[in-house]
Design a protein. Structure first.
Length: 324
């Protein structure tokens, strides 16, 4: 028997329970892994609360790192003892061990430890598709990033700076502004006391930006559109403040023939070859030192409810890892 965090009904952090589970052996195309570290992400809150409905009862979490214990029939590129990580997988990472499709696993380079991997896979792969595919950031671009001191934000800022872009980041406090600046943000805007539309206009000399990366949603989205240059892209990849209201598409014409997209990692990484290519690029920028992954908080896995409460209350910065 092994243990996992599960929930039987949607709700607050209190619905998370630490349960015994019987895993069994891996089936064809599956691998059994023993986790060493598990990543915490805002999407976990969406799943737990019912915003993103799942079949219940359910496990939780889509990001983790660990060691292969056993492989099922047909799995040829992994073997027991291999260090692996994943960031695009079925729910179930909040567990001491789990069964997982082999095609979702990535072998870890020697230069990346398990805790770092658990903090970077989902967030780092998200950044890869956002700045290399959704809108391909290039040298000379000035871009706007909301929640710049969050886990995705700190990675995106560093990577975009490495590509030669200027990052404008919005944050919730002066402390978070300092953190964002230390990780690649050339300009920070404390949205609780500054009008970020006005500040973006000032910073860019009225030219505005070609892309806004928005994971906040309801509180920022319409203003995000006002920050875009003609033909600009609004990439809404989360909604920590709530769902965006239905959009009058006529606004996109009025504001400069804008583009709006609601991308997800599951779509971009659906094909094995896409996932491998994305991970290779992520591993390269981390191993080179261009992007530093910093774990700012750790919790025992069984204390996942407390970690969820702190994340929702915006008490965390950067990446948080649940240790097994």
């Amino acid at each position: 028997m092994t243990h996992a965090i599960r929930f039987h009904k949607p709700g607050g952090p209190d619905v998370l329970v630490w349960e015994e589970v019987n895993l069994g052996r891996p089936g064809p195309g599956e691998v059994r892994i023993r986790h060493t570290a598990v990543g915490l992400n805002f999407v976990d809150i969406y799943n737990r609360s019912g915003l993103y409905p799942v079949s219940l009862p359910s496990g939780l979490g889509g990001e983790g790192a660990g060691v292969v214990e056993e492989v099922g029939a047909g799995v040829t590129d992994l073997k027991p003892g291999d260090r692996v990580a994943y960031g695009s997988a079925p729910l179930g990472a909040y567990a001491e061990a789990r069964l997982i499709p082999a095609d979702r696993l990535l072998k870890l380079p020697d230069g990346i430890d398990d805790k770092t991997a658990a903090a970077m896979m989902l967030k780092g792969l998200t950044v890869q598709y956002l700045i290399r595919q959704t809108y391909r950031v290039k040298s000379g671009d000035t871009i706007l990033l909301h929640a710049a001191a969050g886990g995705v934000g700190l990675i995106l800022s560093q990577w975009a700076r490495h590509l030669g872009a200027t990052v404008i980041g919005t944050v919730g406090s002066d402390e978070k502004a300092k953190l964002a600046q230390a990780h690649g943000c050339a300009h920070t805007i404390v949205y609780s006391r500054e009008d970020f539309v006005k500040r973006v206009d000032e910073i860019t000399g009225g030219r505005k930006v070609p892309v806004v990366y928005d994971s906040v949603g309801k509180d920022t989205f319409l203003k995000s559109l006002d920050c875009l240059a003609p033909l600009g892209v609004a990439a809404l990849f989360g909604q920590s403040s709530g769902n965006v209201e239905p959009l009058n598409l006529g606004l996109l014409a009025q504001k400069g023939s804008l583009y709006v997209t609601r991308p997800t990692l599951n779509t971009y990484a659906a094909k094995r070859e896409s996932l491998v290519t994305m991970a290779k690029e992520l591993f390269e920028v981390v191993e080179s030192g261009a992007v530093k992954i910093e774990v700012h908080q750790t919790y025992p896995l069984k204390d996942a409810a407390r970690a969820h409460a702190d994340l929702a209350a915006r008490k965390t910065t950067g990446s948080t890892v649940l240790l097994v």
